[in-house]
Design a protein around this ligand. Structure first.
Ligand code: BGC
Ligand code: NOJ
Length: 811
């Protein structure tokens, strides 16, 4: 069942009913100010950090779902409604929500009145702009009222929901004309405040929630709106809000528009005050002055649209498959940018008060946006590497505001170091910028022990080499990519965190998955060494890779697939010998995509086993059979009911690993089949089952053992975005950046047809045409660059060229 449709031309998803199975959200903001906004106007805003600098309040676990947001009410006689439907949920005659690139639009109509709302965060300001146009579609004059509503959060979102004994006495506001200032805690240690304003004279306002809504009412029936009269209340403690009342007269056919701005402002410490207790409003006035007319808004909105158009033109594909086109050209890249901005902090599943920036998550996210914003990717790599420890291990997370490692969670996730090699290699393959390797980067933010970034990578590699277990496989530490495979944890009491309980390292438990990663990124490291003339180091790395391949095909091989791990007692995990959890997806995907067993046949066997034992119509499950009881020696993985999350869910993140692995062995049909199964655009028609947004990936889809097989959860902030983009763009369409230039090596399904790709790469635009006259899956028969035949399939990098035309004939 569909709840909307794609509008590819405008790069929008059009939600056509407010009653979606779950809130379907969008993100506004590109730099420092962000808003989450749902298709019913739910969501909240923050500046830089969703925990520490939150402007508006969101209520988790609330009923009805997604019931706090930033709302407009229209009162038309006895009818009270919202253009985004919530919170009054008045049935609308017309409703539409368009989620676009960094903006969301609503259209609502009830009786003779229609309202169009546009919400976006300008490129270069710390505010959300909302333009609302109300129109009288009837034939007689109308007198209506418009009320705005935002509820302020007392900045620290965690404190805001817990510390009422203090918070209910701290709220403070100022009101000047149509501008409401939220200044809680400004009198003491803050030098920032929020502002909510409208570009017209308000006929009334409220800043106290109790006055506007009423003590026992809700957003669905606020007293002030019902009575058509704000109280002009000045909040003092309790619950500060901002609401404007605008009385409007509309002639038949007449439209009026209003511009609202919700902003974040800062003052230098010594310029906080205008007078005793009166905040310095200069930064707010400066910001508001920029959004006083429709033209101002249109100009700023055009800038935003141009930014996204330009950004997304860096990689575009044209195939005969419109679902592939729209995912690659629009939504997959857009989601990658959202993961760049948010990491795993703020979504409708991540509260914005929990995790900071993940070390491994951020390195992997980079794979999806490095071609879009290489300079920011460069800085991100330095930030991440600055939290590494001197022995090559890493803080598992760091805080976005301070950029310091998070000691609450610490280190011990032994896959982390290798992801730094993955990210850096991707950056250099993209840009050719090897100077990043010479950057002097601290360890644990301590500049006195800083070394070159290259040395960081060496220590990453050596960390794995120096931490091997009884089978010469890498020690797993707290966990590897699978945070829930906690082989050294042995937690027996509720409330102990699986991520931090127990020792961070054990001498026995080993990970086959990290072994696969070592092969993949050990080779990429060796290539980098060759590229910068460090031949001996390249040889050393390759000989270590060879040893690892041996271990993987020895103790790491179970006969028909790769084992997952050895536990702390030396028992196999993910082996045919196990009763539950006989086979796991991660080592199959990663070992094969790294090339392990490709020549000796194990790779094909592993892929066959995945198909036979893990595949479902909604994607590949993470393991089978699901764990049906708690295994203290395995940890969190066995804490989930069968079919959910890491216990046999379809973890979308590692489906592309298997798809990429299939391209490595040349099976384009299977690679594409896997790609399709989790691809949102293909799931749109089963939205009643899938439930999450049909334009972005979710972390997990419930597996076959689950009661709700096929149901998605945890949309938006997932490494799935970066990995599926890597899969489709670099392996299936086959446009792969190497250190020496772009390589074109598609692996497509039969019947895929010819296609073209436009790809910006190192300051030139590559216009690539792929022809497949014999309808093969893989193989490049012939390649011409600007009309000249060249041998091989890597386009030699020529910095003097601005446009390069490539034709490939497959065969
Ligand atoms: C989740 C994992 C996640 C981890 C992060 C676990 O509860 O199942 O998916 O990586 O928390 O801390
Ligand atoms: C989500 C985490 O963000 C990621 O780091 C981890 O790899 C996966 N869950 C799998 O556990």
């Amino acid at each position: 069942m569909n709840f909307g449709h794609f509008d590819d031309e405008n790069m929008e998803y059009v939600v056509t009913t407010p009653k979606t199975p779950l809130p379907w959200i969008n993100y506004l903001g590109s730099n420092d100010f962000f808003s989450l906004i749902s298709n019913t106007s739910g969501g909240y805003s923050f500046y830089k950090d969703a925990k520490l600098l939150r402007l508006t309040r969101y209520r988790y676990n609330d009923v009805p779902l997604d019931s706090n947001g930033k709302y407009f009410y229209i009162k038309d006689g006895a009818a009270i409604w919202n253009p985004g439907w919530q919170p009054t949920k008045t049935e609308l005659d017309e409703y539409e929500c368009r989620h676009g690139m960094g903006y969301t639009k609503f259209h609502g109509k009830k009786g003779d009145i229609s309202a169009n709302v546009l919400c976006f965060v300008p490129m270069d300001d710390t505010c959300e702009v909302q333009k609302i146009v109300v129109t009288n579609d009837g034939s007689s004059e109308k007198k209506i009222q418009l009320f705005s509503y935002v509820e302020f959060c007392l900045w620290n979102a965690m404190d805001d929901m817990t510390n009422y004994q203090r918070n209910l006495s701290t709220g403070e506001v100022e009101v000047i004309g149509s501008t409401i200032y939220h200044k809680t805690e400004y009198r003491e240690r803050r030098n920032h405040y929020a502002v909510y304003s409208v570009n017209t004279k308000a006929d009334g306002f409220d800043t106290s929630r109790e006055d506007f809504i009423g003590v026992y009412n809700s957003g669905a029936n606020p007293d002030a709106v019902i009575e058509g009269k704000c109280r002009n209340s000045i909040a003092s403690g309790w619950y500060p809000i901002a609401s404007h009342q605008i009385d409007i007269t509309l002639a038949p056919g007449e439209s009026k528009s209003y511009v609202f701005v919700l902003g974040y402002c800062e003052n230098p410490k010594d310029q906080k005050w205008e007078a005793q207790d009166v905040i310095n409003k200069a930064p707010a006035e400066k910001m508001l002055a920029k959004y006083q007319t429709d033209e101002d808004v249109d100009k700023s909105f055009d800038n935003l649209r141009t930014y996204w158009k330009k950004l997304l033109s860096k990689f575009t594909v044209n195939t005969k498959n419109d679902k592939v086109n729209r995912m690659v050209n629009i939504w997959n890249q857009y989601q990658c940018m959202v993961t760049f901005n948010m990491s795993r902090s703020a979504s409708y599943y991540e509260s914005g008060i929990g995790r900071g920036m993940g070390f491994r998550d951020s390195c992997q996210d980079l794979l999806g946006f490095v071609h879009l914003i290489p300079d920011r990717a460069r800085q991100r790599i330095i930030d991440i590497a600055s939290t590494q420890f001197q022995d090559g291990s890493a803080y598992h997370q760091y805080q976005p505001l301070t950029k310091k490692g998070n000691s609450d969670i610490g280190s011990g996730f032994n896959d982390d170091p290798l992801w730094l090699i993955a990210g850096t290699s991707a950056y250099i393959r993209e840009t050719g910028d090897t100077t990043i390797l010479d950057e002097i980067v601290p360890y644990d933010n301590d500049m006195s022990v800083a070394t070159s970034l290259f040395e960081h990578l060496t220590r990453s590699l050596d960390y794995i080499i120096n931490h091997k277990g009884p089978h010469d496989l890498p020690l797993i530490g707290r966990a590897d990519w699978n945070d829930c495979l906690n082989l050294n944890c042995f937690s027996e009491h509720p409330g102990e965190s699986f991520q931090t309980f127990g020792p961070s390292e054990g001498p026995v438990a080993e990970s086959v998955f990290i072994g696969g990663m070592f092969v993949k990124y050990g080779n990429e490291y060796a290539d980098l060494c060759d590229f910068i003339g460090k031949k001996d180091e390249a040889d050393r790395a390759r000989s270590e890779v060879e040893k690892m391949v041996k271990a993987l095909l020895g103790a790491g091989w179970d006969g028909k697939w790769f084992i997952r791990a050895y536990d702390a007692n030396g028992n196999k995990v993910g082996s045919n010998e196990c009763d539950e959890g006989k086979i796991y997806i991660e080592p199959q995907g990663f070992c094969v995509l790294a090339g392990v067993g490709v020549e000796t046949g194990e790779a094909q066997k592993a892929m066959d086993s995945v198909k036979e034992m893990l595949d479902t119509k909604y994607g590949i499950m993470i393991l089978q059979p699901a764990y049906t009881r708690y295994h203290v020696e395995l940890g969190e993985i066995s804490s989930y009911p069968p079919g959910y999350k890491e216990n046999a869910g379809i973890f979308c993140h590692n489906n592309p690993w298997v798809s990429i692995a299939e391209t490595v062995i040349g099976d384009g049909d299977r690679a594409f089949e896997i790609y399709q199964k989790t691809c949102p655009a293909y799931l749109q028609d089963i939205s009643e089952i899938h439930r999450t947004e049909p334009y972005v990936y979710s972390q997990m889809v419930a597996g076959r053992d689950a009661r709700f097989h096929g149901q998605g959860k945890n949309s938006w902030l997932t490494g799935t975005a970066a990995w599926t983009f890597t899969d489709i763009s670099q392996y299936i369409l086959g446009v792969y950046p190497t250190l020496k230039g772009l390589q074109i090596n598609p692996c497509i399904p039969h019947g895929f047809g010819d296609f073209t790709v436009t790809r910006e790469y190192r300051n030139a635009v590559y216009h690539i045409t792929v022809k497949n006259p014999s309808d093969v899956c893989k193989g490049v028969l012939k390649m011409t660059v600007d009309g000249n035949d060249i041998s091989g399939n890597v386009i030699p990098y020529d910095p003097s060229k601005k446009d390069v035309n490539i034709e490939i004939v497959m065969g």
